[in-house]
Design a protein around this ligand. Structure first.
Ligand code: BG6
Length: 255
């Protein structure tokens, strides 16, 4: 029965890889919408995938979110290489410290016996404030490091869920949804074709930088995120997606 299950998952991985046309897809059994253990399993697979990519001098960018919090949590203790740096890919958001990109970067760095740097910038500041913040030397330094990242590991969210979590105004949320936004990743909102609809006002990774990073790993599961995952998968071919059976089956059903 277990062999049957494993075969099922690898068939599903093959079908989804062909459908989404990205280089690599890894699927864990279950649906993280209704099972926390599935989220934990995704975290395990994602942390091992990340470990394999780390080399001496690697700069690793991470985002926030519950999924990424599990990646940091499941990362085994132990150094992989010297001079590794972990940074948040984007300014902070939200009130829960555990799921902020800064906390996740620090936790991952500790697990990997690596260095980390933090980025203290709130989400949704006005343009004047943002420009002032961009001139702070510490912020400038991180922005340059973000451009030099060689690995990015990021969470993928639903546009509606993330817009609410980031406490955007009702008008802004309606506007983004009316423009067809279904996905959010690293502060950028996309429609189902992967076209950018809006970017939240904060500092951090640009789409241009995203396209140039050597290794990108997106981690997201649960049926509810099916469309969001489809949108993000269309951004570039050279990408690894780690997801679960719930999301995978739903994508195949609606594609
Ligand atoms: C955020 C990331 O912190 O987490 C987003 O910046 C992502 O890019 C989101 O969409 C996903 O959150 P969660 O909690 O669903 O893993």
């Amino acid at each position: 029965k277990i062999m049957h299950r494993i075969k099922g998952i690898s068939n599903l991985e093959e079908a989804l890889t062909n459908l989404l046309k990205v280089d690599k897809i890894l699927i864990v059994p279950g649906n993280s919408d209704d099972n926390n253990l599935t989220l934990k399993d995704m975290g395990k697979v994602a942390s091992m995938t990340l470990r394999k990519l780390i080399k001496e001098g690697s700069i690793i960018g991470v985002t926030g979110g519950t999924t990424m919090a599990h990646v940091a949590e499941e990362m085994p203790l132990g150094k992989v290489a010297n001079d590794v740096l972990v940074i948040p890919a984007r300014g902070g958001l939200g009130k829960e410290v555990e799921t902020q990109s800064n906390s996740i970067a620090a936790k991952l760095a500790k697990k990997l016996d690596a260095n980390y740097k933090l980025l203290h910038v709130p989400d949704n500041v006005d343009k004047v404030t943002l420009n002032a913040i961009l001139n702070v030397p510490d912020v400038k330094e991180i922005i340059e490091l973000i451009r030099d990242m060689d690995i990015l590991i990021f969470g993928i969210g639903r546009a509606d869920v993330m817009a609410k979590r980031r406490q955007l105004s009702k008008e802004k949320i309606d506007d983004i949804i009316n423009k067809g936004a279904v996905a959010e990743a690293f502060g950028h909102y996309f429609n189902i074709e992967g076209k950018e609809v809006w970017e939240s006002l904060t500092v951090g990774i640009s789409l241009d930088t995203f396209q140039k990073i050597d290794n990108v790993i997106g981690v997201a599961g649960g049926e509810e995120k099916a469309e969001a995952i489809m949108a993000i998968a269309s951004l570039r071919k050279n990408m690894t997606i780690i997801t679960d059976e719930g999301a995978a089956k739903k994508i195949i059903k609606i594609a």
